[in-house]
Design a binder for this molecule. Structure first.
Ligand code: Z5A
Length: 213
């Protein structure tokens, strides 16, 4: 029987370096000879990518919190069942740029949707499925925002005020404190080379760690 792949997610506030570290993680797994795929949320399948476009587009019509929440989980249902779970079952590791922790942080901490309501949808869409490991790239909000701003045009989320991102950071850190066995907090404010070394070392350590079922 093929050993199930590991499900590893990368989380953090704007511009902390998730995309950069996903590329670094992919290179590390290449070196370690591990079969993997890289994906992202919202998105990861053609239909989920269409939902992503709906979610990120700046628009004049106010977007209801419930609409945003349901669209996040609609995209996740497609992605999880059509792509992530089949890959894990085939023994492929999945490196995912954001997952449900982002919903607890953005829609929960950021927008004020109750954790209980989010947990209800989490159970509906995911059953018992959770990431094996969450790599939380943590940096002061201003550091990430300054990096993100350099890219130019801001999407609907990036147009939010600093206090929104501060609540998101706090929610992520609180979740990491609750479940230290699943969350790995990396200081993302350090120079790129140091952050990359920490993430690579973390992944190398995970290879030899048994999966908790
Ligand atoms: N969202 C949500 O609300 N609820 C959910 O459930 C989910 C998502 C799943 C899309 O996410 C949006 O969806 C997101 C949350 C919401 N909100 N926004 N905005 P996304 O992941 O696609 O977009 P993002 O969060 O904005 O990611 P990002 O801005 O692309 O940032 P990043 O991937 O973390 O950073 P990066 O592109 O790797 O790095 C940014 C720049 O900094 C780049 O020039 C790097 O070269 C540089 N960098 C990276 N690391 C360093 C270090 N260590 N030092 C110096 N410079 C660095």
């Amino acid at each position: 029987m093929v050993a199930r792949g590991r499900f590893i997610t990368f989380e953090g506030t704007e511009g902390v370096g998730k995309s950069t570290q996903l590329k670094n993680a992919a290179r590390t797994l290449d070196r370690l000879g591990i079969d993997y795929m890289v994906t992202r949320e919202p998105g990861g399948t053609p239909m989920a990518e269409s939902i992503r476009e709906l979610l990120l587009a700046p628009r004049e019509e106010p977007v209801q919190e419930t609409t945003e929440l349901l669209l996040m989980f609609a995209a996740r249902a497609q992605h999880l069942h059509n792509r992530i779970l089949p890959a894990l079952a085939a023994g492929t590791w999945v490196l995912c740029d954001r997952f449900t922790d982002a919903t607890f942080a953005y829609q929960g901490g950021g927008r004020g949707v109750s954790a209980a309501r989010i947990a209800l949808l989490e159970a509906l869409v995911q059953g018992e499925v959770r990431p094996d490991h969450v790599i939380l790239l943590d940096a002061p909000v201003e550091t990430g925002m300054a990096r993100a701003r350099k890219r130019g045009e801001l999407d609907r989320f990036e147009q939010e005020a600093q206090a929104f991102f501060q609540r998101i950071r706090e929610t992520y850190l609180a979740r990491a404190t609750e479940k230290p066995e699943r969350y790995h907090v990396v200081n993302a404010a350090l120079p790129l080379e140091q952050v990359s070394d920490s993430v690579s070392a973390l992944l190398a350590a995970l290879v030899s760690l048994p999966i908790s079922e």
